[in-house]
Design a protein around this ligand. Structure first.
Ligand SMILES: [Zn+2]
Length: 884
């Protein structure tokens, strides 16, 4: 899964063996008795034959399923998962003439289970359980759901499914846990003229007497329930053959022209992965289904053979698509296709090891983007990814990468920065430690050995250690089984005979536990004197000494593959600041990030970052200036309510950023490097925010001119210019933008424009956006996003509004996001009162196992308040001293 930045007649049964591919038996990696379950282990499903009849107009469906299963222990009942399903018939058969109806059906809505009782005890053996039932089609992305959209003025409704982590049970009564792998044969009765899509290709389409069509799909390989997919609507599909696999992109009618880049990306990624994993993609086809709308929880999902992606994360509309949209479209393909192996072919046994899916897919996405689009310099993003992880990981509310998950609610909360970004960063460090070749060999044998099976993290370490002949498991355990961020202190360097010796000690970087006794890690460290050869060691037992060739300025974590923060002495840091321009770009980013975080935590002067920002040359890499601009924009926010200090910060920001913007200008130069486009976008927004008069005036000029001249706001400038306009919108401008949003024909652009209405700085306009969010006007999946945008500038206003409309909010936020949506709004606050509000919300509305996000939001607010009271005065003093 990629996170977001969101009843008719029962049909005849399918033959159980039709088209089932020959499958390799899985190695017995994770033992069944050790894997967490909410279901009794009395029976195991092997095949589901599902017959589905959706009634999109009435938001309901009828279905039947025949489940082939093996009873392991004699029992008089079977319990499986089901949610919001109504059963009309249940019978079990051990063969012809050996059938019995269920004597009683018990539904447990809280546990999301159904139990069928039988008068005659089921002895161990093979059975077929046949169930007839009906269910509901929701409006948010969980289970079988609908998305309504406009197509050329006509109202349309399409259906899709989203089952991760535990929502297959909303469409199919099933053993809905990743460990219970089975094969699936799906058929559906659908209106003629619509396209039905599932994991496997359709094998037949039959016209029925009533005009509808019966579509049968080939049987899937053995897989987990959460990877099943079904979609239905007025779609178009573009295809390309690559290495014997039919790759497809499916869109609503009329949008196929925006899918070419995604299709090309899929081809390149498939070639790369077939090679990397050493096991060929095993299904005959792989579609990526682009859907209108969005979710607060995710942007794409790796259903095997049928990836689902919200269209704003995959399609490129030439009217609005930017460089970063293009990068995003490629990343989705790289991430979700990595899951086809890591997740789909080999699946974690239980949600404890979710990071095996998500950390790995995130790492693979970055690796593949770096390789296939070297012009994007994606390798530099590794520092930002690590920052995202450390921000959460340095608070006491963090958790280890591998964590105990007991409930569905906890599994939903596990889709966080630790699982994704720390997972990715730790893999990057370990790959760097064992070497690229050894790592890949280990991954290959892991995939080959566990294909169609389930695993735990140690299954991966075992294979990598065997292949690479390096003791990676011990380091991996330190970083995945315990939480937190190591801190490496670098003691003053001593230079003798052309060699520099440094002393390293390991502590722990904590933002909110100042006197915490540090945990202990074995930390792989790479260091050099600037320009010299790199030297490696593993800091073990808390300290190490390193001897580096050369006598120059010392750089630790050279290349930034280490998951730790580096703390230099004042003298060593000053030397680095002085030589900042000579350091490799990735290490400039590492130094900026560490100095900012350590400064805010009180371990360095808070102004250290500004020293670096002051010595960054105007021609530094675009990514360096994006980082500086981002931090300055954050500081600008921190000065909320302090106009005098904010003005000083804004002056400094303009003085540093305006010359950078002057170099790159409003229009892209011929043959401009791709990252410059991203920097332009960032600088327009940030300079607008810190009050650069000429940028604001030019944005206004372009916005006004665009009414009659579309070229005034080309795709690359459209969103940054509109962001400047929206941020400063008065009532009249806000009305004008709303009218444009309402009139917009493209669903994707419409959603972007409604989001902009939520980003007004003016409180009165922000309130109008909140009121608008709960009306039918912006569309069913847009409201939650608008409120989220309001929270960017007005977290307290957005939170209070959402709480007072809680029932309505619950309808526009998908189930998996509910426990994190409210903390997500309030968590951006710096008002101490918000802590009490969040606590009250959690107490009243969240079960104990769903409060993780609330606790993290509270920790983030407390830290923000501490930073504002303790660190900002140091920044003020620095700004006064450096006022030019
Ligand atoms: Zn994922």
């Amino acid at each position: 899964m990629q996170r977001s930045l969101i009843s008719l007649a029962v049909m005849a049964l399918l033959g159980l063996s039709a088209g089932a591919p020959t499958l390799v038996a899985a190695a017995p990696a994770a033992k069944v008795t050790q894997v967490t379950t909410q279901l009794p282990r009395t029976a195991v499903p092997t095949h589901y034959a599902v017959s589905l009849t959706p009634d999109a107009a009435n938001s309901s469906f009828s279905a039947s399923v025949t489940i082939a299963l093996d009873v392991k222990q004699a029992t008089s009942s079977l319990t499986l998962n089901a949610a919001d399903l109504k059963f009309s018939a249940a019978a079990i058969s051990a063969g012809p003439g050996k059938s019995q109806q269920a004597s009683k059906t018990d539904i447990d809505a809280d546990k999301q289970t159904v139990t069928f009782h039988f008068a005659d005890t089921l002895k161990p053996g093979s059975y077929q359980l046949k169930l007839d039932y009906t269910g509901v089609i929701g409006t948010q992305a969980s289970g079988l759901f609908s998305l309504d959209y406009d197509n050329g003025g006509a109202k349309k409704r399409a259906l899709y499914t989203q089952f991760e982590n535990s929502d297959a049970r909303r469409m199919i009564p099933s053993w809905d846990e990743p460990f219970y792998k089975a094969t699936f044969a799906v058929e559906a009765t659908v209106p003629a003229g619509q396209m039905a899509v599932s994991n496997m290709p359709a094998t037949s389409t039959t016209r029925l007497a009533d005009g509808r069509e019966l579509v049968r799909f080939a049987t899937t390989p053995k897989m987990s329930t959460y990877l099943l997919f079904f979609g239905l609507g007025e779609f178009e599909r573009a295809t390309a053959m690559e290495q014997g696999v039919e790759l497809g992109v499916i869109t609503q009618k009329g949008s196929l022209g925006q899918a070419q880049f995604a299709l090309d990306s899929s081809r390149n990624v498939l070639k790369e992965y077939n090679d990397y994993f050493g096991v060929k993609y095993p299904l005959p086809k792989l579609d990526n289904i682009a859907a209108p709308g969005r979710s607060q929880f995710f942007s794409a999902m790796e259903n095997w053979g049928a990836i689902f992606t919200f269209e704003n994360s995959i399609l490129l509309d030439p009217r609005v698509a930017t460089q970063s949209d293009k990068e995003g479209s490629f990343l989705v393909a790289a991430h979700e296709m990595a899951h086809q192996w890591f997740g789909d072919l080999v699946t974690m046994a239980w949600w404890d090891d979710l990071w095996l899916n998500e950390g790995f897919a995130s790492w693979m996405e970055s690796r593949t983007t770096t390789r296939l689009h070297p012009e994007w310099n994606w390798e530099l993003r590794a520092v930002g990814t690590r920052e995202g992880a450390m921000e959460q990981d340095a608070l006491a509310t963090t958790h280890p990468i591998v964590q105990r998950i007991a409930t569905v609610e906890q599994a939903s909360q596990a889709f966080d920065n630790i699982t994704y970004s720390k997972g990715e960063s730790v893999i990057r460090m370990l790959e760097n430690y064992v070497g690229e070749e050894g790592w890949r060999a280990g991954v290959r044998s892991y995939i080959a050995k566990h294909a169609y099976g389930n695993t735990v993290s140690d299954d991966l370490w075992r294979e990598v250690e065997k292949a690479a002949h390096k003791p990676v498991t011990a380091i991996a355990h330190d970083f995945t089984l315990q939480p937190g961020v190591p801190l490496i202190r670098v003691a003053d360097a001593v230079c003798k005979n052309g060699k520099t010796t440094i002393q390293l000690t390991q502590g722990e970087f904590s933002k909110d536990k100042e006197n915490k006794k540090p945990l202990s890690w074995r930390v792989p460290v790479i260091a050099q004197t600037i320009g010299g050869t790199t030297v490696r060691t593993v800091v073990s037992g808390g300290k190490a000494s390193m001897t580096l060739p050369g006598c120059g300025v010392v750089l630790v974590n050279a290349g930034q593959s280490g998951y730790y923060r580096t703390l230099y002495t004042d003298k060593a840091f000053s030397a680095l600041a002085k030589d900042f321009a000579t350091i490799p770009t990735i290490d400039q980013l590492g130094l900026l990030s560490d100095s900012w975080a350590l400064g805010m935590a009180g371990l360095m002067p808070a102004s250290s970052f500004l020293d670096l920002a002051n010595s960054a040359p105007v021609d530094a890499a675009p990514q360096v200036w994006q980082k500086i601009a981002g931090v300055l924009a954050g500081l600008h926010d921190s000065y909320e309510g302090k106009p005098e200090q904010r003005a000083a910060l804004d002056r400094f920001a303009r003085a540093r950023l305006a010359p950078v913007f002057a170099r790159i200008g409003w229009a892209a130069a011929k043959d401009e490097a791709a990252p410059v486009a991203n920097l332009r976008d960032t600088l327009i927004r940030v300079l607008g925010e810190v009050g650069d008069e000429s940028v604001i005036a030019e944005a206004r000029r372009r916005y006004a001119a665009s009414a009659s001249d579309p070229s005034a706001m080309p795709a690359a400038l459209r969103r940054p210019v509109l962001s400047v306009i929206a941020a400063s919108a008065d009532a009249a401008t806000w009305d004008q933008m709303r009218a444009a949003a309402k009139a917009e024909q493209s669903n994707m652009i419409k959603a972007q424009m409604y989001d902009l209405l939520g980003s007004a700085s003016d409180k009165a306009q922000a309130q109008r956006a909140l009121d608008l969010a709960l009306t039918d006007e912006p569309g069913a999946t847009a409201g939650a996003s608008i409120i989220g945008h309001v929270a960017g500038n007005h977290p307290d206003l957005a939170f209070d509004f959402a709480i007072s409309h809680r029932d309505q909010i619950d309808k526009i936020v998908d189930g998996a996001s509910r426990s994190r949506y409210f903390p997500g709004l309030g968590g951006r606050s710096a008002d101490p009162a918000m802590i009490g509000k969040l606590q009250a919300y959690a107490r009243q509305y969240l079960p104990a196992d769903a409060q993780g996000d609330t606790k993290q939001a509270i920790a983030a607010i407390e830290y923000r308040i501490k930073v504002r009271t303790k660190r900002l005065p140091q920044i003020d003093a620095w700004l006064k001293q450096h006022a030019g």
